[in-house]
Design a protein around this ligand. Sequence first.
Ligand SMILES: [Zn+2]
Length: 97
Amino acid sequence: MRPEEIEDVKRRFRRKVIGNLIAVVMGAPPSFVLVEAATGNSAILGAHSLASIIASVVVVVAAAVFVVVNWRCPWCGGGFGSAIYPPTCPHCTAKLR
Ligand SMILES: [Zn+2]
């Protein structure tokens, strides 16, 4: 791997981390709606309409799918699994940060 390729992998990994953070931040409020709806507790966010529950499911599923698809090595495409912020790729050992 050439030095410019190493820097490119690191830059693309940083973009993936930021993308995942945005997906998690966007998915958090609707997941609270789903927890409240599932538990019948509306003390914090108030009553939930069927439309808000369906919209919440769509946003949470979309965020989860994005994170799973996005969380791959920019060099070899291998998945990172549940690793939160790996220093290297577990498949090709590319330095990610
Ligand atoms: Zn890799």
